[in-house]
Ligand binder design. Structure first.
Ligand code: NAP
Length: 323
């Protein structure tokens, strides 16, 4: 048992810094942020160069690169349908990725490690807004329980390393994220990128009306991924504690208002309809971000601005984003 000796301080810009999942939505934003902040020795590997499920390969990689800092933003990620259809893949792949990276990081004495989870770790019926202390106080949403259990186990591994070895590793739980590099595929994408694609295609096709599922009344929170990346660096430089930290904006928007924001940003002028025979999902999902705010960080990108720049990015990258 040892105590962490962490003091809030800027990270060493010349140290080797491994961003696991550096091509993903979150990892690529963290990579851009670290580059902009002057980190000179960033290390990244695609999943075809280094499959993080391959334990021996992961240990060889750490032996060669000897990273001093790690952000673990590599994961098997998907929407409700994928999570519900392939629970074993979400459980097994995420457990293996996390355990391999954290075991190798421990063996090589990585000084700072940030593990990323998501809001699905909180119980289905937890009060809103979701506070960090609600973890493990109730049953999970069954459609993504396998993914959530893998993520909870990652939080626990961080806490166990802290307890047993005194390393100042931490965990952060982001809300719904969006921005450049998102997954805009019609099957696998989350609500915001799906709406961006839908309204952009409707504008191009000159459609007179677009119908969305449900009543549009559920409330959701959205954080721009560049804000998320800034929050990650802030936490690495200012936070040391076993409890995961929520990362969000602390305010939500109805899906109906979101659809109007996206339609405006895409220049779609037709009507917006709602198929109220389709299910709505959870009425509200909002993170309590008072802990993060108390650590000195607040989200800065307004949703309207973030959506506009993401629509612009989508237009510029039609050919190279994930289909
Ligand atoms: N997107 C959100 O709204 C959101 C919200 C809350 C939390 N998060 C969390 O943030 C983290 C990253 O999510 P994301 O949205 O950035 O996902 P993403 O865009 O799908 O990126 C995931 C990355 O993980 C890498 N990866 C997956 N399996 C791998 C393997 N076996 N070996 C090596 N690399 C592998 C992929 O690498 P390649 O590209 O090289 O294949 C990919 O770049 C996850 O832990 C997720 O739970 C995301």
């Amino acid at each position: 048992m040892s105590e962490s000796t962490f003091e809030p301080a800027p990270l060493d810009r010349s140290a080797s810094f491994y961003v696991a999942g550096h091509r993903g939505l979150v990892g690529s934003a963290i990579w851009r942020k670290l580059q902009a902040e002057g980190f000179e020795n960033l290390v990244g590997r695609t999943s075809s160069e280094l499959d993080l499920k391959d334990r021996e390969a992961v240990f060889r990689f750490f032996e060669t690169e000897k990273p001093r800092y790690v952000v673990l933003a590599a994961a098997k990620v998907g929407g409700i349908l994928a999570n519900n259809t392939y629970p074993v893949d979400f459980l097994s792949e995420n457990l293996r990725i996390q355990v391999n990276v954290m075991d190798a990081a421990l063996q090589h004495g990585v000084e700072r490690l940030l593990f990323l989870g998501s809001s699905c770790i909180y119980p289905k019926l937890a009060p809103q807004p979701l506070k960090e202390e609600y973890l493990l106080t109730g049953h999970l949403e069954p459609t993504n329980d396998a993914y959530a259990i893998a993520k909870i186990s990652g939080i626990l591994q961080v806490q166990a390393v802290r307890r047993q070895y005194g390393l100042p590793w931490i965990s952060a739980m982001p809300t719904n994220l969006y921005g450049p590099g998102d997954n805009f595929s019609p099957n696998g994408s989350h609500v915001l990128p799906a709406l961006i694609r839908r309204y952009e295609e409707a504008r191009l096709a000159g459609a007179e009306s677009v119908t969305n599922w449900g009543t549009g009344s559920p409330q959701r929170e959205f954080l721009h991924v560049d804000d998320m990346a800034e929050a990650c660096l802030h936490l690495l430089e200012h936070y040391d504690g076993p409890e995961q930290v929520n990362v969000g904006v602390g305010k939500d928007v109805s899906i109906k208002d979101l659809a109007h924001l996206v339609a405006d940003a895409a220049g779609y002028t037709g009507s917006i309809e709602w198929d109220t025979t389709k299910p709505d999902g959870t009425p509200r999902k909002l993170m309590d971000v008072s802990k993060l705010n108390a650590l000195g960080w607040k989200a800065g990108i307004e949703l309207e601005d973030g959506i506009r720049s993401t629509v612009a990015w989508f237009r510029e990258h039609q050919d190279d984003f994930r289909h």
